[in-house]
Design a protein around this ligand. Structure first.
Ligand code: P61
Length: 471
């Protein structure tokens, strides 16, 4: 096998040969290896909720790709040039310049993480009674929209709600659904567009669809706000799949993606390869001034937004590294490799395999467990019991209750997410996970559901506690 990039050879595509990690390992961290008895004790203490486990009880941690990636030597070096001035840190200016260069917006306000940005943008733009359409909800995004007085309306294409549908752009907005919302009675301050769509399985949105959303929003006087958290991963899928995009760079595609929106929210803990940090962007000068003003209320001065100077510097370096084709290609193909191993073991997963995670279809694995007995929550618990692999429920528990009626939302997708941190695990780690999940799925028929015994008011999945039902 030649070690050049496949696109650099005649007729190759970006994903058509073997891949390997474009880095070598300089520091390692010992991981705990436990007994089944230890895991059972830990799970009970955690109320059968993987969010409540101690990480020292976790062998392979696929809870999230958020803030869990490995920083590079360049990022660690960047920490040492942190300028910890209260105001006007040089790291802020470096971050501002980097965000402008790669994301293209005029103004950037740093925040402690993504939800800090969501809070400010929601409070700025949403008034009581507004409706905010978007391509599937995300937990924190929707909560901030609701707390600001808005109602989220899902306008993603129907394909996204079907785990077996293999549409290459399952993150696309259904333009007819969007038009109906825009033409409706309620005011629509903005369309909330995510790239990629986390809850749908890390599914991308196409440039063509983004462009159409922009035009439709313009016709109805609404803004477009992008959730850019995994827009680099989205850019890779566009390069791989969207007609005419194969010869463009990730940088070019990312800039075009952002150009269809008036601003963005960002969790730097994903694409940008840092353990903490985020930002928001807007193009409008007045809005930027207002965002900076809210930043000083909730986050910190507008030149640090709750971050240390060193965090901003590491994020600027992470942004540069994130758009490197070798990096993003290995990242996406590692996730795909795990998904393909699970498919080979006969485990039903969401297709196509997404950018940051493989999602197990708990409805098909546990068809005998009713959704109100939380099949995905149970499946995540069983996987932990089997191998100490920590995953995340993305189903009934995550969807929460309708604030108007108080009823459980019963989403179409009842999933368990195996989320891959960037540059952290090797293929053998992931092969071990695939074997464990295959074993758990093979025992599925004997497994009963769970009962929720503690339910917090907001984002209940983080802190809820459960008890196993009798088998
Ligand atoms: C995650 F279980 N994601 O995927 P913050 N937008 C998008 C995100 O994926 C995202 C945020 C905004 C996490 C962490 C997390 O229900 C949960 O920096 C597309 O986490 O504030 C975060 O960014 C918010 C896990 C968040 C969850 C909410 O694992």
């Amino acid at each position: 096998m030649a070690f050049d990039r496949p696109t650099e050879r005649d007729g190759g595509t970006v994903t058509d040969t073997g891949w390997f990690e474009p880095y070598k390992i300089k520091t390692v961290e010992r991981i705990p290896i436990t007994t089944r008895q230890q895991r059972a004790t830990a799970l009970d203490a955690a109320g059968w909720n993987t969010f409540l486990l101690r990480s020292e009880d976790v062998t392979i941690d696929l809870l999230t790709d958020s803030g869990t990636s490995a920083m590079s030597d360049r990022q660690w070096a960047a920490l040492m040039v942190g300028d910890e001035a209260y105001a006007g840190s040089r790291n802020f200016y470096r971050l501002e310049e980097t965000v402008r260069r790669y994301y293209g917006y005029r103004h950037m306000v740093p925040t402690h993480q993504g939800r800090g940005a969501e809070h400010i943008v929601s409070e700025l733009l949403i008034a009581e009674g507004d409706v905010v359409p978007g391509n599937m909800y995300f937990t924190t995004t929707r909560l901030h929209q609701e707390l600001a007085g808005g109602t989220f309306v899902d306008v993603i294409g129907d394909d996204a709600h079907d785990p077996a549908n293999r549409d290459p752009f399952k993150g696309n907005v259904d333009l007819d659904k969007l038009e109906k919302v825009l033409a409706g009675e309620a005011r629509v301050p903005y369309v909330s567009v995510a790239a990629t769509v986390n809850m749908a399985g890390g599914q991308p949105i196409s440039l063509e669809n983004l462009h159409a959303v922009r035009e439709l929003a313009d016709r109805h006087g609404a803004k477009v706000i992008l959730d850019a958290t995994r827009a680099v991963e989205n850019a890779f899928f566009i390069k791989e799949r969207e007609p005419g995009q194969q010869d463009r760079s990730i940088e070019e595609i990312l800039l075009e993606t952002c150009s269809y929106s008036d601003g963005c929210t960002m969790s730097g803990k994903k694409d940008s390869l840092v353990n903490i940090g985020g930002w928001l962007c807007v193009n409008d000068d007045d809005l930027a001034a207002q965002a900076k003003n809210l930043c000083v209320v909730y986050e910190g001065l507008h030149t640090y937004g709750g971050l240390a100077g060193r965090d901003m510097e590491a994020m600027a370096v992470g942004i540069e590294e994130s758009v490197d084709l070798d990096h993003i290609r290995a990242r996406i193909l590692q996730v795909r490799e795990l998904g393909e191993q699970l498919q080979a073991a006969g485990v039903p997963i969401v297709e196509p395999i997404g950018g940051h995670a493989v999602f197990l279809d708990a409805k098909r694995i546990y068809p005998h467990i009713p959704q109100d007995a939380f099949p995905a929550q149970r499946l995540a618990a069983e996987i932990f019991l089997d191998s100490g692999t920590r995953t995340m429920e993305r189903g009934n528990v995550s969807a929460g209750r309708d604030p108007a009626t108080g009823a459980n939302r019963h989403p179409a997708l009842e999933l368990v997410r195996l989320t891959i941190p960037r540059r952290v695990y090797t293929s053998r780690h992931l092969a071990a996970v695939a074997r464990s999940v295959g074993d758990v799925a093979a025992r599925a028929a004997d497994t009963p559901g769970l009962e929720m015994v503690y339910e917090p008011e907001y984002l209940r999945f983080f802190q809820a506690r459960f008890r196993p039902l009798a088998g």
